[in-house]
Design a protein around this ligand. Structure first.
Ligand code: ZN
Length: 413
C-alpha cells in the first residue's frame, strides 16, 4: 500500500512537473532578475553552451546559510592532481591480462588479483556484500593479441609502474615487449637482491614479500584507474614539498599532472602518495596497501555510479532512489530560487534494477524527504579550474507544487 502511494506520488510529480514545465521558465527568469539585482548570490553564464545558467545551487545554498567555505571558491594556481579526467575509463568493466611468457606462481597471481580487488570493493554500495561490485577487473589470463583493450601486465625486475587510466590501451604504452604492449610493470621480487635503487622487498620473510607486492599492486592499479600521485597536488602542504625541494614551478612528477581534485582536501593517507618517507606522513598507507577513506570515496565517485549534478546542464541524475524497497532512476532539474528556496522539478522517473548505484538515495514518503547521501557535484564550465565536490543533500517534496526544494547540502570531506 505504501509502495503504491510512493509510486503514485512520483508519477504525479512527473505529470505535474511536465504540465508546469512551460511556465517554469518564466518564473525562473523572474527570480533570476531578483538575484542579479538584489542579492550577492552568484549568477553565472555557461561558456560552453552559450545559455543562461542558474549557477550552482549548492554554493548558493551555502551562501544563503551564511557559511560559505573559502574552499568552495578557492582558485588554484595550476592544474590540479589526483585525477586525470581525460584518462578516466568510461566502462566499469576493465579487462586485465598478463603478457605471454609470464612466469608467475598461482600464489603471486592471487596476491596481485586480491590487491587490485580492493579498488573494486570500494565501489560497492555494501562493502561487506560478496556481489554488486560496480567496478570489475576481468579476464586475468594471458593477453591473446598484441594490444587488447585493458590493462596489460608484464612481470619483470624493474621498478613497478603503470600507464595512467586509458593510457593503458596502448596509444602511449609504457613499452613493447616481444611485440606485445605492456601497460603495467610489476615485480614479484624473485631476484635477491632486488633491482638496484628500489625497495628490497625480497629481503626478509616470504610474508614480507607478499605484503610488499600487495601494496605496490594497490598503488599501480590506482594509476591504472586514472589516479595521480597525491603529492603532485598543489593542495599538498608546503612543508611536504620542502623536503624534496618541490615548488609550484618545480612540481614533482610533472608529466603526470592531473586536472581534477576531489573535495579540495589533501590526503596524507592516500595509497597514491609517493615518496614514502615524506615529512607529512612517515608511515603512509602507500606502504601498507590500505585504501584511505578518501581513496575509497574517490573510486566510488569515479566508478561507483553515484548520483551526480553538473552545472552545465543543471540536472541531478540519481541512478537509484529507494522508495519502500522499489528502485527508481530519477532526474531532477534545477529551476532556480523561489524566495529563499532552491527548487528542483522532477524531469523523469524510471523503474530500475536493485543496487544500480554505489550510493543510493532514499525517499521517505512518511515525511516526503529525499536524502542523497553522496552527490557528485562537478563544475567545469564556470570555474577557472576543475573541482569535484561531494555533497550530502536533503530535498523536501512539496505535494502541492510537485517540486522538490533543497533543505540542506553539506560538503562531504
Ligand atoms: Zn606511482
Amino acid at each position: 500500500m505504501k509502495q503504491q502511494q510512493a509510486t503514485n506520488i512520483i508519477a504525479a510529480a512527473v505529470l505535474l512537473s511536465l504540465n508546469t514545465f512551460a511556465t517554469a521558465g518564466e518564473s525562473s527568469k523572474e527570480n533570476l532578475a531578483k538575484i542579479t539585482n538584489n542579492s550577492p548570490l552568484k549568477v553565472t553564464t555557461s561558456n560552453t553552451k552559450n545559455t543562461l545558467s542558474l549557477g550552482n545551487p549548492f554554493e548558493q545554498f551555502q551562501l544563503s546559510q551564511g557559511n560559505l567555505s573559502a574552499t568552495t571558491t578557492a582558485a588554484f594556481p595550476q592544474p590540479k592532481a589526483f585525477v586525470n579526467s581525460q584518462l578516466m575509463w568510461d566502462t566499469r568493466s576493465i579487462p586485465v591480462c598478463y603478457l605471454p611468457g609470464t612466469n608467475l606462481s598461482f600464489a603471486d597471481h592471487t596476491t596481485i588479483k586480491t590487491a587490485a580487488e580492493k579498488w573494486e570493493t570500494a565501489t560497492k554500495m555494501d562493502p561487506t556484500s560478496t556481489s554488486n561490485s560496480l567496478l570489475k577487473f576481468t579476464g586475468w589470463g594471458i593477453c591473446a593479441t598484441a594490444n587488447p583493450f585493458g590493462i596489460k601486465i608484464v612481470i619483470d625486475n624493474t621498478v613497478p609502474n603503470s600507464g595512467v587510466g586509458t593510457e593503458s590501451n596502448g596509444s602511449n604504452p609504457i613499452n613493447v615487449i616481444n611485440g606485445f604492449n605492456a601497460s603495467m610493470h610489476l615485480n614479484v621480487f624473485t631476484t635477491n637482491p632486488a633491482p638496484t635503487g628500489f625497495d628490497p622487498c625480497r629481503t626478509g620473510t616470504e610474508a614480507n614479500r607478499a605484503n610488499c607486492i600487495d601494496h605496490i599492486v594497490v598503488h599501480e592499479f590506482g594509476h591504472a584507474l586514472g589516479f595521480i600521485h597525491e603529492i603532485v597536488s598543489p593542495l599538498t602542504p608546503q612543508p611536504c614539498w620542502d623536503q624534496f625541494g618541490f615548488t609550484l614551478t618545480n612540481p614533482p612528477d610533472n608529466p603526470w599532472m592531473g586536472d581534477l581534485t576531489l573535495t579540495n582536501q589533501w590526503d596524507a593517507d592516500s595509497v597514491m602518495t609517493a615518496y614514502a618517507a615524506m615529512a607529512c606522513n612517515p608511515t603512509p598507507n602507500n606502504s601498507k596497501g590500505i585504501l584511505s577513506r578518501l581513496d575509497k570515496l574517490a573510486v566510488k565517485t569515479w566508478y561507483g555510479n553515484i548520483p551526480s549534478y553538473t552545472t552545465w546542464n543543471n540536472t541531478a541524475v540519481i541512478p537509484s532512489v529507494d522508495i519502500n524497497g522499489q528502485k527508481y532512476a530519477v532526474n531532477l532539474t534545477y529551476q532556480g530560487m523561489v524566495g529563499q528556496t532552491q527548487i528542483f522539478n522532477v524531469a523523469s522517473v524510471t523503474a530500475t534494477a536493485a543496487n544500480s548505484s554505489a550510493s543510493e538515495a532514499i525517499f521517505t514518503n512518511t515525511n516526503n524527504v529525499l536524502h542523497i547521501p553522496l552527490l557528485r557535484y562537478q563544475d567545469q564550465a564556470n570555474k577557472p579550474n576543475f573541482v569535484t565536490d561531494l555533497y550530502d543533500v536533503y530535498l523536501a517534496y512539496n505535494t502541492a507544487t510537485a517540486r522538490f526544494s533543497m533543505t540542506s547540502a553539506n560538503l562531504v570531506r
